[in-house]
Design a protein around this ligand. Structure first.
Ligand SMILES: Cc1cc2nc3c(=O)[nH]c(=O)nc-3n(C[C@H](O)[C@H](O)[C@H](O)COP(=O)(O)O)c2cc1C
Length: 178
């Protein structure tokens, strides 16, 4: 089974990446093959609809990983009550061809307080738009869940990401029969 983990933050120092890296680690421990794509390291051009962008090496990597994947673990920061523009740009290169009938787990890094739910709802809506089967469970990590290097160190946060990864693996197994 292959799961594509998407880091959805464009920043160099990213808490979202901390969630994505932890999810990837946990999935690998469950013997899942991880296809890791991070919009902050895998720099995509702006989606314009121009067919020439299909030849871009990073666009090719994104499409190949998404096509190969049986399921997705998608992460984003909450920016202005939504997902990052960089993640939305990446998802605009993809569509139902890549996501239809494939499960997704979603998790967000937010600023604390009551932040994060709007980005989760936004991400859920976008993934519904590409016909992914988004798990009902979801997770927001506040800044306190990370150490100074943006590693997800909080025990409860780790448990919640593990739970999401387990649910994702189980549903992907059911749906893809792998
Ligand atoms: C442009 C911008 C907008 C933000 N908007 C929100 C917001 O609406 N709600 C929130 O809880 N946090 C907001 N934050 C805080 C980020 O969600 C938080 O710092 C998060 O950890 C950033 O993730 P990253 O380090 O992976 O980019 C915002 C941060 C930035 C830079």
């Amino acid at each position: 089974m292959k799961i594509m983990v998407i880091g959805g933050s464009p920043t160099a120092e990213s808490r979202t990446r901390g969630i994505a890296q932890y999810a990837a680690e946990v999935l690998r421990e469950m013997n899942v093959e991880v296809l890791f794509f991070d919009v902050g390291n895998d720099i995509l051009p702006l989606f314009t609809g121009d067919e020439s962008t299909a030849q871009n090496e990073v666009v090719k990597k994104l499409s190949a990983y998404a096509e190969e994947a049986d399921g997705f673990f998608v992460t984003s920061p909450e920016y202005h009550s939504g997902i990052s523009g960089a993640l939305k740009n990446a998802l605009d290169f993809l569509g139902g061809k890549h996501f239809r009938n494939k499960p997704s787990a979603i998790a967000v890094a937010a600023g604390g307080g009551k932040g994060g739910v709007n980005a989760l709802t936004n991400l859920r809506t976008v993934l519904r738009g590409v016909y992914s089967l988004v798990l009902p469970d979801q997770y927001v990590a506040d800044p306190v869940a990370f150490d100074e290097g943006n590693v997800l160190v909080d025990e409860l946060a780790q448990t919640r990401v593990k739970e999401l990864a387990t649910q994702l693996k189980d549903l992907t197994e059911l749906v893809s029969k792998k």
